[in-house]
Design a protein around this ligand. Sequence first.
Ligand SMILES: Cc1cc2nc3c(=O)[nH]c(=O)nc-3n(C[C@H](O)[C@H](O)[C@H](O)COP(=O)(O)O)c2cc1C
Length: 447
Amino acid sequence: MTDIHDLRTFIDALEDTGQLARVSQPVSMQHELADVGAALERAGAAAGLFERPEESPWPIFCGGVASGRRAAIALGCQPTEMVDVMEHVLEPAHGIGPVITDDAPWKANTVVGDDVDTSLLPIPVHSRGDGGAFITGAVTVARDPISGRGNLGYNRMLRMDRTRFGFNVNEWRDVGTFWKSREDPDAPFPVALAIGLDPAVMIAAGVKTPVDELFIAGAIRGRGIEVCPATTVDVNVPVDAEVVVEGLLHPTVRQPEGPLAEFHGYHGEAWDSPTFEVTAISWRDDPIYQTIVPGSFEHIYLGNVLPREPLLRRFVRHLDPAADVHIPPYANGFLAVVQIDRDNPGTPKNLALAAMAAHLNVRQVVVVDRDVDMYQASEVQWALTNRVHWPEDVFTVPGAQGHEMDPVGNLRGVGTKVGFDATYKRERREYGERVSYPAIDLNSYLS
Ligand SMILES: Cc1cc2nc3c(=O)[nH]c(=O)nc-3n(C[C@H](O)[C@H](O)[C@H](O)COP(=O)(O)O)c2cc1C
């Protein structure tokens, strides 16, 4: 069990394991901070703690859950155990409910009413194609007005003026279902944004589930997450947040919001989004602001890899109890790799079908043998190159439902799913074993 319980203890754990890069020189909030964050991620280096961003009174953190290694640190497990841990915590019976308290460190500093000013928040402008300064690393906290249950999720927010943001919300999000289920669906709807969090809360918020995701965060930590009532809206916010923004969503007061670098690697279009009127901004003493570089691996880990690998594994294990699954972050959640001990020649295709049926985002499935490291892109590519005879080993499922933002589907997300049997076909041609060299500790050879 890990002793991580907030962003600060996560940063300590990253530093202890060589997974934190402190950037002490000033960086501009206009692109430069995101450029460095993206470069750290591309190099597989570390999360970034920008100690002195220009125009920001607070340090800024990014890239926390942007690699398998750091996700494992966040979950308090080994990288090889992550799917098992996520499968365990996603089981509703294992959920641990939040603990309600009266006070929180973020209540130390609060502005309300006429003092509200969104420029208090150091919001970077990330990618060069972005339509402005977006809050990307906040967890949206809401409450179902019918059942009373809480909900966590992510909604990008474009700063519009002193008191308002544009609030991006897809038609399937729980927060939208909540406001539409009220007697007056057009009435202002209260939410809070929690920024700078225990990564357990951020991982839980990426899960799409009809239960309060705080139960999943509690299961990750093995104890209830402490929450306390917000100051101006009726929702309970994690006590350990660094910064909290409260306000009212106006479902019918809409404004263009976007574009923003998207998870699929392009800039999405502008949306006609509800506006969010800020009623309070609160922060701990000496807070750390957190951002997610949009279009980065962190988005994919939180929204695809961690919540969906257990689901896909369950589907393929229904056919082959020993099969393993990986959703590689480099393919935006559209690709899944299934690893098996091949027996019957037709089984890989059945497993590919199972993986593509498990989640609509999964458009391509590659099935590989045990001698291929499914976590390495070069290995998967090797199997595709050397074990796939295209006319026989590739099959397509046209007209299947995919994600509505999948760049190769149509605007409703309908497209063609593709399966690749990249296993070794001994019956076709005998090559023997793959060339391999044993693992070596290079430290004992290099001085
Ligand atoms: C980093 C990140 C950013 C996201 N941004 C948005 C967004 O701007 N709009 C949206 O509708 N969904 C967005 N999502 C997707 C969801 O909010 C999400 O994954 C969540 O689980 C929704 O679940 P819920 O319907 O149970 O609240 C984002 C997800 C992640 C991980």
